[in-house]
Write a protein that binds this ligand. Structure first.
Ligand code: G6P
Length: 438
């Protein structure tokens, strides 16, 4: 008899939790979950209670025999887990506010996963995820870690490098791009497949297929129209110059706006900063509204307002992945995993975001050959940056941190790098013990 699966979600108090619960309910027939443990820390207890009770109401409405546990006891939750998902935010939204606003104050891009903000998110997050992995090694060594926590690519690489835990890094950008193409062409999502290769939030669609036939040319010509831009709620998209995109000849992801339109994106962000509307502030208001809704004891579905967050399709991506792993479905999904030669001009040990065959034994990356010459430099350079950033996150070495900050392409000089680094180290010191305890 199948005893059913134990799923643990760390950062269970996140406003995204109803996404995940909806997905688990939808797939229950093929993904028999016995218990879901939503775990959070003391500072997140109130949110955990509110969203956790909504999760319980959603499950109750479904009539399924899934037991939802809410707890602050991470070790108890991890014991015997089959899948552990991580969706935590170290320092909560206040930390995101600092990540976005401090660089902008110095005229530098302030973004959650790019630039200095992304670097500091890595500094705060990687040690916490590694701690979780050490507990997993002890309490559920065979469990899979499905990490959604940003910066998802760097977190995945840190886990691969420093732990024994089996990990998959997951992002909604690939599924969002496939959904975007489906909408653009007016076809069902199931008919679209994109060959993805690159890094998290820096992934390219090397080719696009509908029913196995390449439609890349048509998609590229449509993406030059600003009204047809494929993007996420958190990224302002402007449409690409036709000649540029035709010459690039691969599909950029929404985050490429920060690289190929860096001047415009910075202007946009500075404007929002002056208006008191950086994304962290917008998200704070959205979250406050969401939690007000979640408190309503008659609410027992995922409210549509959640779609205003950048994480659309996240439940589809997450549950589709766990389902394919559990059932050994061997379908194709793009995830963050060890390259192992799939992208031949990136290091074999590196975490990459790439189309994979999803099996019971994890994702098996599909060979994509070499990245085209126009993009291989940027991707390779950002992988070097990520490796240096991870080293700084793990060691707490100041010089390595300054090196990573200065290497970041959004930073104009080593002096500005140092100013921003020092200010952010001070602002985030409560969440950076590896730096402050040295
Ligand atoms: C995108 C990214 C996610 C990120 C989200 C932020 O969807 O792919 O990695 O978490 O945006 O959205 P938010 O609503 O928090 O700005």
């Amino acid at each position: 008899m199948n005893k059913g699966l134990k799923i643990v979600t760390i950062g269970g108090g996140s406003s995204y939790t109803p996404e995940l619960i909806e997905g688990f309910i939808k797939y229950y027939d093929e993904l028999p979950i016995r218990e879901i443990w939503l775990v959070d820390i003391e500072a997140g207890k109130e949110k955990l209670d509110i969203v956790g009770n909504l999760a319980k109401r959603m499950v109750e409405k479904s009539g399924l025999p899934i037991k939802v546990h809410l707890t602050l006891d991470r070790r108890k939750a991890l014991e015997g887990a089959d899948y552990v998902t991580t969706q935590l935010r170290v320092g909560l939204l206040e930390a995101r506010k600092l990540d976005e606003s401090i660089p902008l104050k110095h005229g530098v891009l302030g973004q959650e996963t790019n630039g200095p903000g992304g670097l500091f998110k890595a500094f705060r997050t990687i040690p916490v995820i590694l701690d979780i992995c050490r507990e997993m090694e002890e309490l559920c060594p065979n469990a899979w870690l499905i990490n959604f926590t940003n910066p998802a690519g760097m977190v995945t690489e840190a886990v691969l490098k420093h732990t024994k835990i089996k990990v998959v890094g997951l992002c909604n950008v690939p599924i969002g791009m496939e959904m975007g193409v489906a909408k653009l062409l007016g076809v069902d999502h199931s008919r679209v497949r994109i060959d993805f290769a690159g890094l998290n939030h820096l992934v390219y669609g090397l080719d696009v297929f509908v029913d196995g036939i390449s439609v890349k040319k048509e998609v590229i010509s449509q993406l030059t129209n600003p009204d047809k831009a494929i993007t996420m709620q958190n990224i302002h998209a402007m449409g690409w110059e036709p000649e540029f995109l035709e010459a690039l000849n691969v599909l950029p992801c929404p985050y490429h706006n920060y690289y190929y339109k860096s001047g415009h994106m910075l202007e946009e962000e500075l404007k929002k900063f002056r208006e008191g509307n950086i994304r962290a502030e917008v998200v704070k208001r959205l979250e406050d509204d969401l939690f007000e809704l979640y408190k309503d004891p008659s609410l027992d579905i995922k409210p549509p307002q959640l779609e205003k967050r950048g994480g659309a399709y996240y439940s589809d991506a997450a549950v589709r992945l766990i389902h394919s792993m559990y059932t050994d479905k061997r379908d194709i999904q793009a995830v963050n995993t060890r390259n192992s030669g799939a992208i031949s001009n990136l290091p074999a040990h590196a975490a990459v975001e790439v189309s994979c065959v999803i099996t019971n034994d994890g994702p098996k990356p599909i060979s994509m050959g070499e990245l085209p010459v126009a993009v291989r430099g940027l991707v390779g350079y950002m992988k070097s940056f990520e490796e240096v950033a991870i080293e700084a996150a793990v060691t707490g070495n100041y010089n390595t941190a300054l090196l990573a900050m200065t290497m970041n392409p959004f930073i104009p000089s080593d002096q500005i790098a140092k100013t921003i680094l020092n200010e952010m180290l001070e602002a985030h010191k409560d969440h950076l013990p590896q730096f402050t305890l040295r």
